[in-house]
Design a protein around this ligand. Structure first.
Ligand SMILES: [Zn+2]
Ligand SMILES: [Zn+2]
Length: 411
């Protein structure tokens, strides 16, 4: 990291590296307190589950000073939510054409792809390669989502994977649902997050001209994509200033706030609720509802276990699993815009799931969710002709038997 940034960081001590609006303008928070984490790392060298050192840190973390609130972000988030409520009022008052409401849904999915297919699977994880045209397109959609620049988003996310569910996790689930969801945006990052984030290699993204351009012109690109484009499309669909007004509030502001929450649910709900067929010891979980909201990003137990898999889930739409982001990437591949899609070997997965289900059953805490992970049991329970139908039934079963035990399930 250039010295210039560190100076800027220290000068803006209150408001750097915190997330959406602030960090986008100031960047780059990772320069403080690495000594804290270093000190802990010297004392603890456990090796398990991929993030051994950090797990040690969380056990011995000293009592920290009270969280420093980042008022800029709190006020901005509050205003956005008031704006979203106003948009809902407009809809209820009949002042929004159905075409503009449909536009809001379309831009939910479109801007969502800017996060899921773009910032997440392409840039943060490098799980596939994309041609320049597609990278420009995804960067534009990413600006429409207004979740911080790709560079910043990817750095936070790589930190999340490295320090998952420890004090070095930007949205550490150990601090509760609200913190993992949106509280983390409202307070200054934990010193361990800064420390780990500073060690995350970002050279690959610094070498990407599209990422660099979006970072440099972030505010401008957000204004154009998140607000002006929805207003223009609204004017075109509904007509006149009323259409622009409706487009701005519904397909701009309300859609933006909605997508923020759908993304945050991956960090909150999908780190709390759902089954864990791939890594039962971790918090990330397989969550259908989150997948629906975040267009295929709710298969989170799988994703944390195999972060380089471009599908971010074991199954896809052809197997009855909701994963439109994978479908999008596959379509781009068919058009020649995508190459080098990385995928975990299927044969290793079935064995892993069955092993974990058997272990759970031996421990006596086999839930219906883990039971579903056992292919042979599934096939007996549901006389299905193909894996696809079985997965569809599995997903429906997840809704039905959420939280019930296998005994209840089998009765
Ligand atoms: Zn996660
Ligand atoms: Zn990820």
């Amino acid at each position: 990291m250039p010295d210039k940034m560190q100076v800027a960081t220290l000068a803006n001590d209150d408001a750097v590296g915190e997330y959406v609006p602030v960090a986008s303008f100031h960047d780059d928070g990772f320069s403080v307190a690495e000594e804290v984490a270093d000190a802990h790392q010297h004392h603890h060298h456990h090796h398990h589950h991929g993030a051994p050192i950090l797990r040690a840190v969380v056990e011995t973390a000293p009592v920290l000073p009270k969280d420093k609130l980042v008022w800029y972000n709190i006020v901005t988030l509050t205003l956005w939510h008031i704006g979203a409520l106003y948009a809902i009022r407009l809809i209820c008052a009949g002042r929004v054409a159905s075409s503009v409401s449909a536009l809001g849904v379309a831009l939910w999915w479109a801007s969502g792809l800017g996060i899921t297919a773009g910032a997440h699977r392409l840039w943060a994880h490098k799980s596939y390669s994309a041609k320049l045209e597609l990278r420009v397109f995804l960067a534009a959609l990413n600006s429409m989502a207004f979740q911080g620049s790709i560079h910043e988003w990817a750095r936070d996310h790589r930190t999340h994977h490295k320090g998952s569910d420890t004090t070095a996790d930007p949205h550490n689930m150990g601090r509760g649902f609200f913190f993992a969801h949106m509280g983390w945006v409202c307070v200054r990052k934990h010193p361990d997050v800064f420390a780990l984030g500073r060690k995350i290699p970002m050279d690959d993204l610094e070498a990407d001209a599209v990422v660099a351009w979006q970072k440099r012109h972030y505010l401008l690109s957000v204004l154009a994509m998140c607000y002006v484009a929805p207003a223009l499309l609204g004017a075109w669909l509904q007509g006149g200033p009323d259409g622009a007004w409706a487009g701005f509030w519904v397909a701009g502001v309300l859609r933006h706030v909605w997508v923020l929450h759908m993304t945050w649910l991956v960090n909150s709900a999908a780190h709390m609720w759902g089954d864990k067929p791939y890594d039962p010891e971790s918090k990330p979980s397989e969550n259908l509802l989150v997948s629906i909201g975040a267009i295929g990003e709710g298969w989170h137990n799988y994703h944390h276990k195999f972060p380089s898999d471009y599908a971010a889930g074991e199954y896809d739409v052809t197997q009855g699993s909701y994963n439109p982001t994978k479908l999008f990437i596959d379509c781009c591949a068919a058009l020649g815009l995508v190459t080098d899609r990385k995928r975990q070997k299927r044969s290793t997965l079935a064995g892993l799931r069955v092993k974990n289900a058997r272990l759970a059953s031996q421990r006596g805490d086999l839930t219906c969710k883990q039971l579903r992970a056992d292919d042979s049991l599934l096939r007996t329970l549901f006389d299905t002709r193909g894996r696809g139908a079985a997965v569809l039934v599995e997903n429906m079963a997840q809704l039905v038997c959420f939280g019930t035990s296998s005994e209840n399930f089998l009765q």
